[in-house]
Design a binder for this molecule. Sequence first.
Ligand SMILES: *Cc1c(COP(=O)(O)O)cnc(C)c1O
Length: 362
Amino acid sequence: MIKFLDLHKINERFRAEINQRLKNILDCGWYLQGKENDTFCQNFAKYCGTKYALGVANGLDAINLIIKGYGFGAGDEIIVPANTFIATILAVSENGCTPVLVEPDINTYCIDPDLIEEKITSKTKAIIVVHLYGQAVQMEKIWNLAKKYNLKVIEDAAQAHGAYYQNRRTGNLGDAAAFSFYPGKNLGAMGDAGGITTNDPELYEKVKAIANYGSDYKYHHIYKGTNSRLDEFQAAILDVKLKYLDDDNARRREIAKYYRENIKNPKITLPQVYDENAHVWHVFVVRCDNRESLQKHLETNGIQTNIHYPTAPHRQGAYKELESMNLPITEKIHNEVLSLPISPVMTCEEIKKIVEVINKYV
Ligand SMILES: *Cc1c(COP(=O)(O)O)cnc(C)c1O
């Protein structure tokens, strides 16, 4: 069986280094907001090209804290892609803001920049872009709109660690960015973890305080904060893995290239790529009219697949208030997408087999 994602194999490569770093923490006995956190945050900020990085508990918190940091709440509208993992939208509604859903571009699967302006009102405060599946949103038009209407641009970069737009990395494409280091992400911890990057010193200080009980220094609370911190173990693991992220992303790129050049089946729509060197392929998503039968065919032939995602957020029970929205492109995508295995530890034999099996699908 070819697994969709072999996390054990991915992490096994770093066993010795991680062992050493975790041993150091045990020896020193400091578990939160210590050296490992500082080191990782410095290295991650440098990697993204931003002035600041803050470790937080998970990706959802990262988005949530940015919204809190800007002080958006009840009565404010935030533009979000209709086609995303539900976390993006949850962070908006959790703060009492209204999520304003915008259809994706059928080619990029990311928010369609041409459909945003008509949704902007006097209540709009921000645009959240999601670099879905590992490809950065084409930002130019988003920047122009943000400038024209004085909006914040918030990146949900949970699927795109290391991806580029032009010569800038994700995390450095807006006013602030949220990352998830959930184990299956391109840069994954061994538990829950997340991060925020920004060049804005005010926002950085504010989210840092909010994430630590609203405290700017010990037992001094200036915000009604929360507890969302990155622990030393996860920070150490992430700092080890960060060194290999570019190599891992390069391997993902090779596999994606092989798929794109060799999958030749008229029933399969391959993903469109805007910059071959910039995409980090968190997942390799194809479309097929009869997705379930393709998935079955692959499974019968020993290949595990996944669906990102089977049900659109506005069709979820949690968002009954959005149920009546007419979002045909989003729904078409949710009905047709299938994610093939892609990871830096896959063998050439596995990749070849997947292509052969797909090409035999009728
Ligand atoms: C994974 C993910 C999140 C949430 O991250 P968690 O660490 O699981 O909270 C948010 N947005 C997107 C697009 C994601 O893929």
